[in-house]
Design a protein around this ligand. Structure first.
Ligand code: Z5A
Length: 205
């Protein structure tokens, strides 16, 4: 039996990832699809300890990278892979692409090296679909309601994140679904439902 899908949500802070991930989880469950909704950082028992450190403690860029990777490895092995093996769809609010853009494009760490480390952390698992919510950084940051130390970064930093995501999406158009985050929430929800219906639910009939 093929594994259940892994769908990840990416974008700059305040883009609407959490809102859309929760909506998709509710929509799928209403159709009888088993779903595990999770997030990074913080989706495993170890991650619960790492999340406040990653969001609020001053960290060296490499220390930050290694902690995000530790969180991912533990989360992948303890939560994501077991769920998929049991036929449970996994919806994850941020995953490996976040490290590529924040620690790579944002902090300037070596991107090919981050790819190799991500491959270890994920056990070579790639999302079946990545929903990228794209919008101007100023609009997204104005919406963000849970302050963390990334918010204090410069506009230039956040613009590198946005540009990095768009470059990743251009390189893998089949994996990425890019949504215009300036659209009303109801429009975004409908686009996401339609994409998931066509890509996974209709395909499985
Ligand atoms: N990070 C990293 O550096 N490296 C890594 O490998 C990983 C993460 C995994 C995690 O922060 C930080 O860690 C993140 C990157 C870094 N920091 N930054 N920047 P987090 O998990 O605490 O926060 P976040 O992921 O950045 O997201 P957020 O602030 O929770 O925002 P969001 O989930 O994208 O948005 P939201 O909560 O769904 O929506 C925000 C508000 O906007 C809310 O009131 C909504 O009702 C509203 N909203 C949503 N959509 C719309 C539309 N379409 N129109 C109008 N209003 C809307």
């Amino acid at each position: 039996m093929p594994h259940a899908p892994l769908i990840t949500f990416e974008g700059v802070e305040g883009a609407g990832k959490t809102t859309l991930a929760h909506h998709l989880a509710d929509w799928l469950r209403a159709q009888g699809v088993p779903v595990r909704l999770t997030r990074e950082p913080g989706g495993s028992a170890l991650g619960a300890h790492l999340r406040p450190i990653l969001l609020h403690e001053p960290l060296d860029a490499w220390a930050e990278l290694f902690l995000f990777l530790a969180d991912r490895r533990q989360h992948t092995l303890q939560v994501i892979l077991p769920a998929r093996e049991h036929g449970v769809w996994v919806l994850c609010d941020r995953y490996a692409d976040s490290t590529l853009v924040y620690q790579g494009y944002g902090r300037g760490l070596d991107i090919p090296l981050i790819r190799r480390l991500n491959a270890i952390a994920t056990d070579n698992l790639a999302p079946d679909l990545t929903v990228l919510i794209d919008l101007p950084v100023e609009d997204a940051l104005a919406r963000a309601d849970a302050p963390n130390r990334f918010e204090a970064e410069t506009l230039a930093f956040h613009n590198r994140i946005r540009a990095g995501y768009l470059e990743l999406a251009r390189a893998e158009p089949n994996r990425f679904l890019v949504l215009d985050g300036l659209q009303p929430l109801e429009t975004l929800k409908a686009s996401l439902e339609q994409a998931v219906q066509e890509r996974f639910l209709d395909a499985g009939k």
